[in-house]
Design a protein around this ligand. Structure first.
Ligand SMILES: NC(=O)c1ccc[n+]([C@@H]2O[C@H](COP(=O)([O-])OP(=O)(O)OC[C@H]3O[C@@H](n4cnc5c(N)ncnc54)[C@H](OP(=O)(O)O)[C@@H]3O)[C@@H](O)[C@H]2O)c1
Length: 212
């Protein structure tokens, strides 16, 4: 069944993963692209996942949405030997916890205010939730926590709303510097990544972690 034209908010649309999602959806749907950078057109909005109040305000300003997708969220790599006990704000893990984890959780919570019944929310974790890499313990913690939250929170989302998370492996087009942290990982094509997000939107699944 071909899905009807949907109004979709895509956070992180200018990034490597975001562009895969945008390219797979924009021909058939109305996609509002969000990123940290100031908006340059009517199809773009500025949005910071780590600013909960601004997030709520921005979502409300967009009116009703059929789907919200996040392909964003920052986290820091760093050797465990350099990690010290610290508060969230001072920790080397703070950025990942506040931006990638809590930022995406807040996006999903705020989306309930603007999603049409039957709407879908799709977040992005990453392969380190199950495939550790050196210097990636903080990222593994964030990705694993996000996937666990999605599985559990989906059971409480009302009115047929759906909540899923895509966990991509190393995506083609990722800058060489970032690829170097993933030795031996095969790159996933942009098309395959786009298809995983399409499944979350159109196949009726909820509470799932889709590995691409
Ligand atoms: N690339 C991979 O191979 C891969 C694999 C698995 C998982 N992931 C995950 O997927 C996500 C995106 O990765 P990427 O490689 O596409 O990164 P990227 O190329 O650096 O793009 C990041 C995107 O997110 C936006 N963004 C960053 N922080 C934001 C915030 N606080 N609020 C709103 N938007 C924000 C950026 O906006 P601006 O352009 O305006 O800065 C940009 O659009 C990350 O969480 C990453 O861990 C990536």
């Amino acid at each position: 069944m071909t899905p009807v034209r949907m109004k979709i908010l895509l956070v992180g649309a200018t990034g490597v993963v975001g562009r895969c999602v945008l390219n797979s959806l924009q021909a058939q749907h109305d996609v509002i692209s969000a990123s940290l950078e100031p908006a340059k057109s009517d199809h773009e909005v500025q949005l910071d996942l780590s600013d909960a109040d601004a997030l709520v305000k921005t979502l409300k300003s967009l009116g009703q949405l059929d789907a919200v997708i996040s392909a964003a969220g920052r986290a820091r790599f760093g050797a465990l030997a350099d990690a010290r006990p610290a508060s969230v704000e001072a920790s080397v893990y703070g950025l990942g916890l506040l931006d990638k984890l809590l930022g995406q959780v807040n996006l999903a919570l705020a989306a309930r205010e603007v999603l049409r019944p039957g709407g879908s929310i799709t977040l992005t974790s990453g392969t380190t939730s199950t495939e550790p890499v050196l210097g990636g313990a903080g990222l593994s913690m964030v990705n694993g926590a996000l996937e666990s939250w999605v599985r559990a929170a989906a059971t409480e989302f009302p009115q047929g709303w759906r909540l899923n998370v895509v966990s991509p492996s190393l995506v083609e087009g990722t800058p060489a510097e970032a690829c170097a942290a993933f030795p031996g990982f095969e790159k996933v094509s942009a098309e395959r990544v786009g298809l995983a997000y399409q499944r979350c939107l159109f196949s009726g699944i909820t509470g799932q972690v889709l590995r691409a």
